[in-house]
Ligand binder design. Structure first.
Ligand SMILES: Cc1cc2nc3c(=O)[nH]c(=O)nc-3n(C[C@H](O)[C@H](O)[C@H](O)COP(=O)(O)OP(=O)(O)OC[C@H]3O[C@@H](n4cnc5c(N)ncnc54)[C@H](O)[C@@H]3O)c2cc1C
Length: 600
């Protein structure tokens, strides 16, 4: 792991859009140390031995099976790796925790239960619990004696979570809150011992509470019949005059939104990391099947159309991998800096994740979208066998689909990243004006702006820098029109989606570029041609996508008389040199087929 020093000044959340990140400061998956590799093996062995042979039984929701698997995970010391030692946790670094999440990913339903328990289940108490609540619940959640769930969604409030209708009223004696209402889609509900529930105090003060199984008036609905992750428990909960002791109020009255949203930052990141693990597993399965399956007397992995798919699955997984660990490292460094500045364990973690909320949303989106892409292509590579419930691919395909829906839908996450950028810009934390003016000057008056790149990766560095210019050009104009009243950014969501997509492309492209730059410098034994093929093919495609999103946005909100200038700006900034992407993809597919796995 890189040493974190004050000299390696971190970019703040979202700053990658306007500043250049330094690859030497970045953690890449090639940097894992021995201890991290050992933990990875432990989790991998657990999935192989304790999950895979039980998948059919887990899928049938066999009573007690998933909780018993969580217990085994606890015995391995893996439910409290993100918790303080004082409460029985092992306080492992963020990167190792990310690796655990990644390795759990291929376990499907177990992964959902694990993430709910350790993430949205435990974190509200760690972040916002009183000392008594932490002592009462966290050691039991770490040891697996208790299981946790998180109850935000209601039948009439999903994305609009703060409009929840559940109510909480303090009784006359001032000893208990009386809770009424209903929650829906609650992961782990069937076996959870504690439930973090959100309800409106006095009608409109959105507030968190810790409920325990067995409280009078607290009941569960039947298990939901789902498209995928069938082995994870998902139920409704009903509250009818449930008497919740005042000691179980979580955080402050009316501040439940802080709990709900801040916990989601980490939840989103963890979900993206688990999707990454799923991607690697499915790509490996695709490569092996393609190697073995013969048609027309040849292995299907030798056909260009299939090589395209294997290569593209590999590229997108590599890109996601690079982005996930880049973000994990940023959060870890921020957490360290917070600790150094005197913040306690929980606050250091909470603030670090909040700082990188935008990046966490990106990881959620790219993880879930890459997994959907990869599993869809896996079904295609498997042909009819991909459609059979006899194999694992159909299940992976069904399991994947939920990830774009929970922890904030991907539409909501796209809106969130834009609103967080605009908020930071308005608070003066993110300076869009200066780079915006410089770009305008470059386009109108030919005044050069930005770095001149040299060396083997000059074209790639230039391409990423140029993507940023495209974004800033459009963001600046959108913000200006919004301030002048010509554009209502709240209602013009299509434009926000275009801009969010460009932001995602920038983060992906830069993460991939930085990883390859670091490999080139620090890992001379690696087959650099292979990494170059991945990077260059990705940038070729990313250039096309950025051009499309930008032109869509220009056509949607730039006044007609100015559209020509904007389009020529986009053209100037999307000139990545043509690559022989066919040969690149063949090279990537051949390397993976030879290794018989996702081998990066
Ligand atoms: C298997 C499963 C497990 C879950 N586990 C939990 C859990 O443990 N705890 C919990 O609290 N919740 C849980 N959820 C709920 C989940 O978080 C919600 O389903 C999700 O937030 C979406 O809410 P919704 O289903 O009400 O969809 P809606 O909010 O009704 O959204 C429907 C569609 O409209 C779009 N949309 C909504 N608002 C906007 C907007 N402003 N602008 C643009 N588009 C919009 C959405 O993106 C989506 O495409 C789970 C759900 C499932 C299916």
């Amino acid at each position: 792991m890189s040493v974190i020093t004050k000299e390696n000044q971190l970019l703040k959340g979202g700053e990658f859009l306007i500043k250049e990140s330094q690859f030497v400061d970045m953690f890449i998956p090639e940097d894992f140390n021995e201890e991290q590799q050992m933990i990875k093996e432990t989790v991998r062995t657990f999935v192989e031995q304790d999950i895979r042979p039980f998948v059919d039984r887990i899928e049938k929701l066999e009573d007690g099976l998933i909780p018993s698997k969580l217990d085994i995970f606890a015995e391995l010391g893996l439910l409290g790796t993100h918790m303080p030692e004082s409460l029985g946790g092992s306080d492992l670094d963020y990167i190792t925790n990310t690796l655990i999440g990644e390795e759990v990913g291929p376990s499907g339903s177990f992964s959902v239960s694990y993430n709910a328990h350790t993430g949205i289940g435990m974190l509200p108490i760690l972040y916002y619990g009183s000392e008594e609540q932490k002592l009462k619940y966290l050691p039991n959640l770490i040891s697996g004696k208790m299981k946790a769930s998180y109850c935000l969604t209601e039948p009439s409030s999903g994305s609009d979570a703060l409009s929840a209708k559940s109510t909480a009223v303090l009784n006359e004696a001032g000893t208990h809150y009386i809770l009424n209402g209903q929650k829906m889609w609650i992961t782990n509900a069937g076996f959870a011992d504690i439930f973090t529930v959100f309800a409106q105090v006095d009608g409109d003060k959105f507030t968190g509470f810790i409920l325990e199984k067995g409280m009078e008036g607290f009941t569960l609905g039947a298990e939901e019949k789902k498209l995928g992750i069938k082995g994870s428990s998902t139920r409704q909960i009903f509250m009818e005059n449930v008497m919740v002791p005042v000691e179980n109020l979580l955080g402050e009255i009316g501040k439940g939104h802080l709990i709900a949203f801040n916990v989601l930052n980490t939840g989103r990141f963890k979900l993206g990391a688990s999707c990454l693990g799923g991607c690697k597993e499915v790509v490996t399965a695709s490569i092996r099947y393609a190697n073995e399956r013969e048609q027309f007397k040849k292995s299907i992995s030798t056909f260009g159309a299939i090589q395209y798919k294997l290569a593209e699955q590999t590229i997108r997984t590599f890109v996601t991998d690079s982005a996930v660990y880049r973000t994990a490292h940023l959060i870890q460094m921020a957490e360290n800096a917070n600790k150094e500045s005197g913040l306690d364990f929980a606050k250091s973690k909470l603030d670090a994740a909040e700082e990188y909320a935008l990046e966490c949303s990106i990881i959620k989106m790219i993880g879930s979208e890459t997994l959907d892409y990869v599993t869809d292509e896996a079904v295609q590579i498997y042909g009819g066998m991909g459609y059979s419930e006899e194999g694992d691919i159909a299940r992976a395909y069904r399991d994947s689909r939920i990830n774009r829906i929970f922890e904030g839908t991907n539409e909501i996450n796209r809106l969130v990243i834009l609103s967080s950028i605009l908020k930071s810009a308005m608070k003066g934390e993110l300076d869009l004006m200066t780079p915006g003016m410089a770009i305008q000057n470059e386009l109108m008056n030919g005044v050069p702006n930005g770095n001149i790149y040299e060396g083997a990766y000059a074209a790639e560095q230039q391409a990423v820098a140029h993507f940023k210019k495209v974004l800033i050009m459009l963001l600046g104009s959108a913000a200006q029109q919004a301030m002048g009243g010509q554009l209502n950014l709240k209602t013009e969501q299509e434009i926000l989606m275009n801009l969010s997509d460009i932001i995602i492309e920038i983060f992906n492209a830069e993460s991939t570029l930085m990883r390859v730059l670091k490999i080139a410098e620090s890992y001379p034994d690696k087959d650099l041609d292979l990494y170059n093929a991945i990077l260059k093919t990705h940038l070729h495609d990313a250039t096309g996508r950025v051009t499309k999103y930008a032109t869509d946005a220009i056509a949607s909100f730039i006044p007609t008389e100015m559209q020509g200038a904007f389009v020529s700006g986009v053209r100037k900034y999307t000139k990545y040199p043509l690559q022989n992407i066919k040969e690149n993809r063949r090279k990537i597919a051949t390397a993976m087929s030879t290794a018989a796995k996702y081998a990066l």
